[in-house]
Every structure is written in structure tokens, then in C-alpha cells.
Design a protein around this ligand. Structure first.
Ligand code: AMP
Ligand code: GLY
Length: 424
């Protein structure tokens, strides 16, 4: 079987490594992939947003199954275009990917169907937004409607900060047309949990829960990033909470999308906050999260390709999806300066013995040398019987990997470890 994976980060590398375990898979193409995954897939320099280029390549290569991993191509209709060309796909069509592509859509969906989330107001006019902010409770959360590389959310702790955020988004167009509409949302508190779920539009199967570490610095300080590390499972996500989420969030979301004529197939990501008033949705993503995927998939015991195909063909109910009861920890090694300015082009040294433990996100080949080529460079993942061991082992991998200007958080998993002693 010939498989195509659209995307080129650590998440895609984790998907590719798992897909490779299926003996029927003969060839995997990554579009565009990155130099660090060239041992696992054939990387082809076609941009993940070049939908026409992707369809042309997939048709010429007679691809049997395509996995569209990032948000941009999904929102742009990559699955629709590939399916129109007769190629089976993993991922939602554009009319369902809007659940991530428009925060106004997702907030209105949750309101209409009674799915718990932060209360909110939507504005398409700067003056009205500024007027509302004169009396809104502070802190408040300002969100650009559209995709903004994970940077379109501002937690404003003063009124001035809130005003500045809406001016930046609505007037100065910091995120282009993504900021034409903004959501001003109630500030919630509580532990955060990421739950990725397979769904074929009828059945929803949550994967093992995980915890992201979004801030750049130790102890959750500094700027928001795409994610500096993850652990799974998330100790805050107890069996009781999982049951409640299934009843109040997961199934209602799938049903709501069906009622809207926007059946969602693929991986639906629930970003949850466990508030004093119960679990609430912070955000939906229409895809696997990154770096969550780098801890979740190594714990999957079932065949990933089989499960993915079941979401495409509507047979998820009859498909086994089993996770190990071990723990995983992923530490992201980034370029110093990320998520702001950073340098690239430093030679990377990853010992051969770790090749199965490392998912490469930002690298390029220069002859046979691997050079850093992004903010997030790689994720080192360990799977062990306990979380404590997984954290220690992941950091022992990090110690053996070298490139100049490497930066990583030293406390990935520390909060989860503490929670293990507090949460039953
Ligand atoms: P997002 O880019 O949507 O994942 O949001 C980034 C981060 O902002 C989330 O992981 C939360 O930590 C935080 N956040 C988003 N919405 C809220 C909210 N309503 N209350 C508190 N924190 C929030
Ligand atoms: N880790 C959060 C995301 O993938 O958006």
C-alpha cells in the first residue's frame, strides 16, 4: 500500500512511524515532510497548503490512502479535493474542519447545543469591542476567529492589555483576516487536559488523555508556544471525568456536527479545562495535536492504519482501539529564542540508538548532515511503566542529543507527577 501524509512536523513523524508498523504499508510519502524523517518516508517538496499540487501528486503516484494532518490544508478542503479525485482520506472535510477554522462557529455551536464552554461575546466592529471591554470582567480572553498559528489567543490581565489585543487583531490585522471577528471570552481556571478522539461521525473513541506544556519557560512562565512537551495519561483526567466528558461534551459535539450537516470524520481534539463547575471546552482542533500525538501514538497498541480507515469507512464501532497502561513523556528540544527569533542551520547529532525515540519537527538534510531548520526541532519520547520513569528516561535521551543553541524546558511532567499524589 502507498500512503501519503500531508504535513511535516513532529506530529507527522509520529504518525509515519506508527503507520510503518503495518506490514501492508510499502511506501510512505510525506508532503513536505522534513529532512529528519527521511529515513522513514520519502519527503517531497510540496507545500501542505498547495492543495492542487497534493492532489496531482497523489493521483500520479496512485496513492491508496492519504492522511491530512495539519489544520491549514484541512480547513482549505484538502480532504474534499483528494476524495473528489477518488483517494480515500483520514481527516474531516472543510465543512467540518471549520470547528477549528472559526472560533465564532465553534462557540456558537456549543451555545446552540448546550455544550459546556466559557461564556463569550462576538464582535465584528472595533468600537463595539472596545465599549464592551470597558466593563468586561478582567482577566478576559481575546481570541481571533480564524487560524493564527496558535498565537491568536491573548489572556489579558488588565483592561489596557485587552484593548491593545483587539486593536492589534481588528485594526492592525496582526493575524490578517483571522482577526476580522474576535471572540471575547470568560477567563476560566483549572487543570487543562487534551483529549484526542477518533470518530467516524457515529462512534467516538477517545484516545489516552494527555497534558501539554504550552509556555516557553519552566513553571509555566514566558510566551505561549506550539507546545514544549507532553505527558500521557493526564492524571487529572479520572475515569469519572472521562465519563462526564463523553456524556456532556464528546457525544453532544459529534451529534451537533451531524445536525448541522457537517459530519466530522478523523481526529477531533478536545482542549478541556476541568473547572470547579465541571469540564468545559477551551478549544476544538480538527486534527491530532502536536506535541500530544508524540506521547499518545506511542501508547497505541492497535494498528493505527486500521483505526484510521475505520473512521473513513464508518466502521469504528467494530474496530479495536487499545492503549497501553504505561506512561509516556515527550520533551521538545527547540532553538534558543523560540517562539520569537531564533537561528537555524546547526548540525544535529542524534545517536542511532535513539532513532525510534525521536520525532523530528524542524530539520533539513545537507548532504548526510542533519541541520536544525525550525523553532521546535524535535521531540524525545520515552514510554515506561510509570510517569516518573518516563520523565527521567525522556530527559536521559535529551542529554544524548546535541545541537548548538538547543533549548528545552526542565520541568516537563513535574506538574503531572505532583498531581498523581493529589488526585486519586
Ligand atoms: P489555544 O491557542 O486556543 O489552545 O489557547 C491557548 C491557551 O490559552 C489554552 O491552552 C489555555 O491555557 C488558554 N485559554 C484559552 N481560553 C481560555 C479561557 N477561556 N480561560 C482561561 N484560559 C484560556
Ligand atoms: N498542542 C496543541 C495543538 O496542537 O494545537
Amino acid at each position: 500500500m502507498k500512503i501519503l501524509v500531508v504535513g511535516g512536523g513532529g506530529r507527522e513523524h509520529a504518525i509515519i512511524k506508527k503507520i510503518k508498523e503495518n506490514p501492508e504499508v510499502k511506501e510512505i510519502f510525506a508532503l513536505p515532510g522534513n529532512g529528519g524523517m527521511s529515513g522513514d518516508a520519502t519527503c517531497v517538496n510540496i507545500d501542505a497548503k498547495d492543495i492542487d499540487g497534493i492532489v496531482k501528486f497523489a493521483t500520479e503516484q496512485k496513492i491508496d490512502y492519504a492522511i491530512v494532518a495539519p489544520d491549514d490544508p484541512l480547513v482549505l478542503g484538502c480532504v474534499d479535493a483528494l476524495e473528489n479525485a477518488g483517494i480515500d482520506c483520514f481527516g474531516p472535510k472543510a465543512n467540518a474542519a471549520i470547528i477549528e477554522g472559526s472560533k465564532v462557529f465553534s462557540k456558537n455551536l456549543m451555545k446552540k447545543y448546550g455544550i459546556p464552554t466559557a461564556s463569550y461575546e462576538v464582535f465584528d466592529n472595533l468600537d463595539e469591542a472596545l465599549k464592551y471591554l470597558e466593563t468586561a470582567p478582567i482577566p478576559t480572553v481575546i481570541k481571533a476567529d480564524g487560524l493564527a498559528l496558535g498565537k491568536g489567543v491573548i489572556i489579558a490581565t488588565t483592561r489596557e492589555e485587552a484593548n491593545r489585543a483587539v486593536v492589534e487583531m481588528m485594526q492592525n490585522k496582526k493575524f490578517g483576516s483571522s482577526g476580522d471577528n474576535v471572540v471575547v471570552e470568560e477567563f476560566l481556571t483549572g487543570p487543562e487536559v487534551s483529549v484526542l478522539a477518533f470518530t467516524d461521525g457515529k462512534t467516538v473513541v477517545p484516545m489516552i488523555s494527555s497534558m501539554d506544556h504550552k509556555r516557553a519557560g519552566d513553571n509555566d512562565t514566558g510566551l505561549n508556544t506550539g507546545g514544549m512537551g507532553t505527558v500521557a495519561p493526564n492524571p487529572y483526567y479520572t475515569k469519572d471525568i472521562a465519563k462526564e466528558c463523553m456524556e456532556t461534551i464528546f457525544l453532544p459535539t459529534i451529534n451537533a456536527m451531524n445536525s448541522e450537516g457537517r459530519t466530522f470524520k478523523g481526529c477531533l481534539y478536545f482542549g478541556l479545562m476541568l473547572t470547579e463547575k465541571g469540564p468545559k471546552v477551551i478549544e476544538y482542533n480538527c486534527r491530532f495535536g502536536d506535541p500530544e500525538t508524540q506521547v499518545v501514538l506511542p501508547l497505541l497498541e492497535s494498528d493505527l492504519l486500521t483505526v484510521m480507515k475505520a473512521t473513513t469507512f464508518g466502521t469504528l464501532e467494530k474496530t479495536d482501539v487499545k492503549f497501553s497502561d504505561k506512561s509516556a513523556c515527550c520533551v521538545i528540544m527547540a532553538s534558543k529564542g523560540y517562539p520569537e527569533a531564533y537561528e537555524k542551520g546547526y548540525e544535529m547529532n542524534i545517536p542511532e540508538t535513539l532513532s525510534d525515540k525521536v520525532f523530528v519537527a524542524g530539520a533539513k538534510l545537507d548532504g548526510d548532515r542533519l541541520l536544525t531548520n525550525g523553532g521546535r526541532v524535535l521531540g524525545a519520547t520515552a514510554v515506561e511503566d510509570t510517569l516518573d520513569k518516563a520523565i527521567k528516561t525522556a530527559y536521559s535521551y535529551v542529554d544524548k542529543i546535541h545541537f548548538d543553541n538547543a533549548y528545552f524546558r526542565k520541568d516537563i511532567g513535574a506538574k503531572a507527577l505532583k498531581a498523581l499524589t493529589e488526585v486519586k
